[in-house]
Design a protein around this ligand. Sequence first.
Ligand code: HEM
Length: 519
Amino acid sequence: MKEIQLHYNCAGEYIIMSLIEHFIADHYVSVIIASLVFVLLRKYLQTKKSPPGPWSLPWIGHLFLLNKGDTRNTFRELRAQYGDLVSLSLGSLSILVVSGLDMLHEVFVKHGKYFDKRPQMFTTVKVGQGKAVVNASGHVWREHRTFLVSNMKEIGISHINFEANVLEELQPFLQLLASTEGKDFDPRLCLQTATSNIICSISFGKRFDYEDPDFKDILEIVESNMKLVGATAIVNYFPFLEFLPGDMFKCKQCLNNVDKVQRILQTWIDRHKLTLEPSKPRDIIDLYMLDMQQKVQANLNTSMSEDQLLKLIGDLFVGGTETTATTLRWTLVFLVHHPEVQERIYSEIMTTLNGRTQLSVLDQRQMPFTSAVTMESQRLGDIAPFSLPHSNTEPVRIGSYVIPAGTLVIPNVNSVHLDPELWANPSEFRPDRFLSDDGSLVKNSALMPFFIGQRVCPGQSLAKLELFHFITSIVQHFHILPSLMEGLPQLHGHLGLTYIPLPHTLRFVARCQSEINPS
Ligand code: HEM
């Protein structure tokens, strides 16, 4: 009895275990077969539950597929073979590629609340520190996103006059174009500077001189990190690589850059706080400080802090500069290929201005062709072909499949923007596809440059305003002509974090010399 008590807590348990032992001894062959069948059946049912995908190598998974050429083509081929949901893996990470208009709606709208997280990896956890909006999930993300969305609503409702900020930036930009005197010129840098300066205006209430050393430093560091994030991407899937000796994957350099930008932003925020007047919020920083103070005073559970504010301003730079500048660059590329489209926009501008010199955002409603050109540039330029990666913290059933918790979910927006089932001749630039027979604007839910669902771009009102004013002002004042040296720019680009045009120059020849005075 003593021996029995060593192994079993009570006599009942002893009896049951003895019966099982006897059964196994008598039927051990049947037990082995049954266990085998059980294991195989479970495995079969599990694979049945995950969306299909190609065979993978142990440990590295589909690295060979994702590292080969243009990922948009790879995903197109995978979709043709396996359907709208494709399972892949990298290291220990499960990946799901979601394609097609209906499936993107099913996953990111119908089941959107389950897929509103960001995956936990080097870029989000170390670079973005899981803070503010772009890299955050859960309570921090929801609170900061709500703050941003409520303060970046349609023009006229927001506290900040975005249009004034955009118009203020247009003047030095147009003067810079005029100063090129119709010679070959690459507009990339001045578009990036202008869009960054607009983020400065809405964040700090002031624009910077293009030669301001701190401003130039920030632009250079942000650009350097855009390139470094490509080099560090592999660390997202194989995290141990970060800890190899040296800085082979540029992780340390990338994190140092983040530190440098934060230090500059912190000094700007500190200076700005000294002049805060609660009755007159001037910009995002003022609005944030006031919102935070109110919540602290009311003893509310808030994640808002000065540290989060620093990251939020960083998010606006990352989310709002390169994206808008690249969209404008693609638009210029398409316009230089289509002088007849430039002339149609010009004529619409002149009719709408009707003697005035400056368009207002309210004029947009009377300018369907210009809106159609912007939409078509966003579709064909397709600058964010995979949006940003999402993730889920619990298993989610989509149709007959189960998506495991912690999957990295990639929205294949490219599959929609260039789908021949949705757009006739999708690789052609045809703004008229967004116009009805009577010339009015036809919206199309298959156009999703700002993506859809819970994480849809909160800066889209500002972005649309910038696109409208920059495109119309450039066409109002200049003929956009091909480079004398290089001819027309290429219509294909380079796929990095975003899809960008290949380096090129254009000529901006003033329509009427007297209209813009270079300073
Ligand atoms: C043409 C210009 C722009 C395009 C094409 C664009 C596109 C996008 C896309 C595709 C996303 C990812 C949505 C997702 O997570 O699936 C996004 C997110 C975001 N964008 Fe934009 N964007 C533009 C301009 C802006 C501007 C001007 C701002 C800010 C002033 C901004 C701020 C953000 C932020 C903060 C996020 C993160 C949202 C979140 O994680 O909840 N974007 N944008």
